[in-house]
Design a protein around this ligand. Structure first.
Ligand code: NDP
Length: 302
């Protein structure tokens, strides 16, 4: 298949390599940073001048961009995808963004007979490189079946979750839960540590008890217990996701109490200069408010 790919960041570049590795013809473009497009060109991709050219060369175009504004620009902006799309082509939009934005785009693309799958991902950069992402797909199930072999070059678990918009909703639910679980670990481990408990012992016990969450396995070893905050998933991106969830809650007129608090902690951690670190740094920021570090005293000892 002729596949367009736009958004060659931490996620997009390894995903685009998987698509190429799956035997598809790849058409891409660069925004500011040219290096990832050059790397793909060295593997056989063609680099086009603008999104409209990518759309006119491709049967299906994949986008994975920072958030709403960038998706709107790439799809609807000057020389955007919509200018190169013709009836029967497909957009697979994988950004973590708002349902409202993707539903607006669905309406505009439908006027041209262009299909749309709303397909955000989870699993991070490691799963992106391994082709083992979870992909949550909103859209026409028949179109999903048609595109499944292409999605399978990037993901292992591909789930249909409802119409366009629901992919973004399910992703934002996951992100908000992940952020709340992380901050709960930072705050409550600090209580144990300030009372004299060893963080590794706390982890071992809670792991086998009712206070456990998977976030402990994901962000205690390798991050909080070692005091290491190389991303991973940047704190700034999680802050963005929480604010998208708040935006959706506001649109519905519903409260998101813990989510709002989580967004405030992420904003404060970002203001404290930690935005470029892994999002685990938000839990470290919180535990330090209590005068505790989750880094295990055993680190660095023989
Ligand atoms: P990055 O910031 O690493 O990459 C964003 C990419 O988008 C860059 O290549 C950037 O190009 C490009 N871009 C930005 N604006 C435009 C534009 N107007 N036209 C064309 N290209 C543009 O983000 P990630 O790859 O980390 O994340 C992408 C999405 O995936 C986000 O929504 C994120 O929340 C989500 N996500 C991220 C995960 C992660 O672990 N990182 C995990 C799961 C989901 P340039 O640098 O040249 O500006």
């Amino acid at each position: 298949m002729k596949v367009g790919f736009i958004g060659l960041g931490a996620m997009g570049l390894p995903m685009a390599k998987r698509v190429l590795g799956g035997g598809h013809d790849l058409f891409t473009m660069f925004h500011h940073n040219r290096a990832p497009a050059d790397e793909l060109a060295s593997l056989g991709a063609r680099v086009m001048a603008c999104a409209a050219e990518v759309a006119s060369e491709s049967d299906a175009v994949i986008t994975i961009l920072p958030a709403d504004a960038e998706v709107r620009e790439v799809v609807l902006g000057p020389a955007g995808l919509v200018e190169g799309f013709t009836s029967g082509k497909v957009l697979i939009e994988m950004t973590t963004a708002t349902p409202r934005m993707i539903q607006d785009i669905e309406r505009m693309l439908a006027e041209k007979g262009v299909g749309l799958l709303d397909a955000p991902v989870s699993g991070g950069t490691t799963a992106a490189a391994a082709g083992s992402l979870t992909i949550m797909v909103g859209g026409d199930p028949a179109l999903l079946n048609e595109m499944r072999p292409l999605l399978e070059t990037m993901g292992k678990t591909i789930l249909h979750v409802g119409p366009v918009g629901l992919g973004k909703v399910v992703k934002l639910v996951n992100q908000t839960l992940a952020a709340i679980h992380l901050l709960a670990i930072g705050e409550v481990f600090a209580l144990g540590i300030r009372s004299g408990a060893d963080p590794r012992t706390l982890y071992e016990v809670v792991r086998a008890s009712s206070g456990y969450s998977k976030m402990m396995d994901l962000r205690l070893p390798g991050f909080l217990l070692e005091g290491a905050f190389q991303p991973g998933f940047r704190l700034e991106l999680m802050k963005k996701d929480l604010n998208l969830a708040l935006d959706s809650a506001q649109m519905l007129g519903i409260p998101l109490l813990f989510g709002s608090l989580a967004a405030q902690v992420f904003t404060a951690a970002s203001r404290a200069g930690r935005g470029a670190e892994d999002f685990a740094a938000a839990a470290d920021f919180l535990s330090r408010l209590a005068g505790a570090e989750l880094r295990s005293p055993a680190v660095g000892q023989a």
